[in-house]
Write a protein that binds this ligand. Structure first.
Ligand code: PEP
Ligand code: MN
Length: 373
């Protein structure tokens, strides 16, 4: 059961103390408090855990500071959509960019940062197309221990400075160890915070619970968590819930394909039909990663690259974020060159995505018109 408190309820107030005093006296019930300090309002939610079936909504509703009571009906307590009266937000703001189940943010960028020159060329192209988000891999989880592992902390200062130069607000960047979060924070500080970072949990770490807890405990950065490549959707959504249960609910969930030979010749089996499923089960914005799903630049007889086709499929189904590999010179890329799009393809890609987004908006309007009468 979730108690949603009146906005700006202060833990110092008498009413708040009466409320927690009453909760302390409930037998077989413990609780966890989530406070979301915003620029204008502070929102507080109290999660009651234990034998909540014995409590009635009416009984909890009359407690001081309580604005609303929601009975939890799904496993994902914080991020889930609960059946009764759950109108909690499905969006958040970070560094001036809004992420929601109704927006579409495009994160085109380098799979791996390999030089200041390619980073500069990439970001300059983004600015030319008014894009303010990107992806930049500094810590790369590689199958082969002898493969390039990413430049790590060494590249962060120039990545952040160039991001500032080109007006980039948010960089999706994978972290594979908790120390990487500190390195990102330190590099942002020394460069004067010219940009923002969305910490990415890669598919290989979806169930690295200690990493999830660490990233969930900090609230400086939002998190992009990728679906595990060989586990169920429920297991991956529980992994996302780990982040929120530790306090960070600025979480975006990313579909990136499932590892199975059934998806051949694609690198992974594209799972973008799950976009609406994740939006129904949770309040998270949903990202799709066509690059790591498809893994090649193959195209259909219509001349359209598979990468474009699957991106469009996800966007038509209501995806909220696109993570996509580009490189100024893919043959020289140190990671995933074969799946990278060329900078010259960026305007074509954006125009294609815009068609799919328009189709989604029309489809949503169509269903609204049909359910209105
Ligand atoms: C990536 O986005 O760079 C990446 C490694 O993706 P995934 O974790 O989906 O394999
Ligand atoms: Mn990659």
């Amino acid at each position: 059961m979730i108690l949603i408190l009146e906005p700006n309820s202060s833990p110092e107030s008498t009413d708040y103390k009466i409320l927690t005093g009453q909760l302390d006296r409930l037998s077989g019930i413990s609780y966890r408090i989530h406070r979301e300090v915003g620029a204008e309002v502070t929102l507080t939610e109290i999660y009651l855990i234990g034998n909540t079936a014995a409590l009635s909504i009416e009984q909890m509703q009359v407690l001081p500071c309580v604005e609303k009571v929601v009975r939890v009906s799904e496993a994902y307590r914080v991020l889930g959509r609960h059946k009764q009266g759950d109108d909690r937000p499905s969006s958040f703001q970070y560094n001036g960019v809004r992420f929601g189940q109704d927006t579409l943010n495009i994160f085109a960028g380098l799979c791996a940062v390999d030089s200041p020159e390619s980073t500069d060329a990439m970001m300059r192209a983004l600015k030319e197309h008014n894009l303010t988000c990107t992806r930049m891999g500094a810590y790369k989880p590689r199958t082969n221990p002898y493969a390039f592992q990413g430049f790590g902390a060494k590249c962060l200062p120039y990545v952040f400075e160039l991001a500032g130069k080109y007006g980039i607000r948010v960089i999706a960047m994978e972290v594979t160890h908790e120390s990487h979060v500190d390195e990102v924070r330190a590099a942002l500080k020394t460069t004067g915070s010219p940009t923002g970072v969305m910490l990415q949990i890669g598919t290989r770490n979806t169930q690295n619970f200690e990493l999830l807890k660490h990233v969930g405990r900090q609230q400086d950065f939002p998190v992009l968590i990728k679906r595990g490549f060989g586990i169920t959707l429920d297991e991956s959504l529980n992994a996302a819930e780990y982040l929120a249960s530790e306090g960070n609910r600025k979480v975006v969930f990313c579909l990136r394909g499932m590892k199975t030979n059934m998806g051949d010749p694609h690198r992974n089996f594209v799972d973008f039909s799950h976009v609406p499923v994740v939006k129904r089960l949770t309040r998270m914005p949903v990202c799709i990663d066509p690059s790591h799903s498809v893994g090649s630049r193959s195209s259909a007889p219509d001349g359209i690259l598979d990468l474009f086709h699957v991106a469009a499929q996800g966007v038509v189904a209501g995806a909220n974020m696109l993570l996509i590999d580009f490189h100024p010179n893919p043959t020289k890329a140190l990671v995933d060159g074969p799946q990278a799009l060329l900078l010259s393809e960026l305007p074509h890609f954006l125009a294609d995505v815009a068609i799919a987004r328009e189709a989604y908006i029309k489809r949503a309007a169509l269903v609204a018109a049909h359910t209105a009468h």
